[in-house]
Design a protein around this ligand. Structure first.
Ligand SMILES: [Zn+2]
Length: 117
């Protein structure tokens, strides 16, 4: 049983750091995206919706985000044409396809073909 990525208020991100803080800009064009942000599926379920639910940010090394960017060290390849078929794959030299939060709620899961499990 998964959650459609669409229901987690996803946004494509462009890496745009300023003043030592990671700042991103949003883009509607997946071709230009360097990362993706969506609501934590675990907390979304526990909270019964978006209220009080934190976001998850996944950056892509192969789309030009430096390893020093936060959050890290996980990096993903963005595959697909949009939110409805997005898959997060391993981004070499990383070999992990899953997304795992170190700390906080500790969510560990996958984004596959537009579904979060
Ligand atoms: Zn969470």
């Amino acid at each position: 049983m998964g959650i459609p990525l669409r229901s987690l208020e996803p946004q494509f991100l462009i890496y745009a750091p300023e003043n030592e803080r990671v700042i991103w800009r949003h883009t509607d064009m997946m071709e230009a995206a360097q990362g993706v942000r969506f609501l934590c599926p675990k907390c979304f379920v526990e909270n019964g919706g978006a209220d009080g639910t934190h976001g998850v940010v996944c950056w892509s090394r192969s789309r030009g985000v430096p390893d020093s960017a936060s959050p890290g060290p996980g990096r993903w390849a963005l595959v697909g044409t949009g939110f409805d078929d997005l898959t997060l794959n391993a981004d070499p030299p990383g070999d992990a396809r899953s997304v795992q939060l170190k700390g906080g709620c500790g969510w560990h899961g996958f984004v596959t073909n537009g579904e979060v499990t």
